[in-house]
Write a protein that binds this ligand. Structure first.
Ligand code: FE2
Ligand code: FE2
Length: 302
């Protein structure tokens, strides 16, 4: 057990060592380590003040002290509420993808390989749902209703419609699965050990997400390269999913997002994660010869 913990800490150190340079400036954190601050709670709770360090102005380093399922009864009610909420939302997002595209895209995929990819992607997302639903179930959250709820009732707007064109399916993988990767990365090294373990390297979930993103990116680039009407259709799909994806990060001034960070359930602010995402996708869009949409036009959550 000790060896496993040491190995995990080494992996977390490696993870942070490979973070972008601007996020590597460690310094001791300030007064938020107060009597009621989650980082300062004793016992097998969420860490001591000596571990309370800051990652950058926008990204806090997770405490390497983590709690297990058996420790949850000792945790603050707010921590439990946030944990229940984030697991239910993640489960909803995982199953939301297949419910968007399987009906129309599976039978209409243009090639055998594309059809296999649609089926495999859906199967992997359903497995991700199963994994998050199990974590949620362990802490008393019933997610059975999520499996069959209507698309219009999904937690995030991105999952409330349907995908009926190959352009939308490809750009969804390129942009929205990429947002999904950002959300999942938040949990690697987080304060709830069972959740962290799911996303710590090597993570099957993150590897599969990388496959979805690669496929979507490749297909989007291929369609854009054809030019003409095909390129126009891809640009139209991109315009829609770009704005939708930026909104998925949530409001920059979200008070709840700050609580997630305070409890070390997430590490980046919504604004910081969105900025990193923009820095990643904009050059890719330009390299495909497509236009980068206005990042503010049509946004619902700024
Ligand atoms: Fe997924
Ligand atoms: Fe995915």
């Amino acid at each position: 057990m000790i060896v496993v913990r040491l190995l995990r800490r080494q992996l977390l150190k490696l993870l942070y060592r490979h973070a972008p340079p601007e996020t590597r400036s460690y310094k001791t954190v300030r007064p938020r380590c107060g009597a009621h601050d989650p980082w300062t709670r004793g016992g097998r709770s969420l860490g001591d003040t000596s571990r309370c360090v800051k990652y950058s102005d926008s990204i806090s380093v997770m405490s390497t002290d983590q709690v297990e399922l058996a420790d949850l009864s000792k945790q603050d009610p707010e921590y439990l509420d946030l944990l229940r909420r984030v697991l239910a939302i993640q489960a909803d997002c995982e199953i939301g993808g297949p419910h968007l595209y399987v009906d129309a895209m599976l039978p209409s995929a243009p090639t055998q390989i594309d059809q296999l990819v649609v089926a495999r992607t859906a199967a992997e997302e359903i497995d991700h749902f199963r994994k998050f639903a199990r974590l949620a179930g362990d802490i008393g959250v019933d997610t059975a209703y999520i499996l069959s709820r209507k698309n219009q009732e999904r937690y995030l707007e991105a999952f409330r419609g349907t995908i009926t064109t190959w352009e939308d399916f490809a750009v969804f993988g390129f942009l929205i699965d990429r947002v999904g990767r950002y959300q999942l990365e938040e949990f690697a090294g987080c304060s709830y050990a069972p959740l962290s373990r799911l996303l710590e390297h090597p993570s099957r979930v993150l590897d599969e997400e990388a496959g979805h993103i690669d496929f979507g990116t490749t297909r989007t680039a291929e369609m854009a390269a054809k030019g003409g009407e095909q390129k126009e259709r891809v640009q139209k799909a991109l315009n829609y999913w770009y704005v939708t994806g930026l909104d998925m990060f949530g409001r920059s001034a979200s008070a709840r997002a700050e609580r997630y960070r305070q409890w070390a359930l997430k590490r980046r602010s919504n604004a910081a994660a969105r900025e990193q995402y923009l820095a990643e996708v904009n050059p890719l869009i330009e390299s495909m010869g497509l236009e980068v949409p206005d990042p503010l036009a049509g946004r619902k959550y700024l």
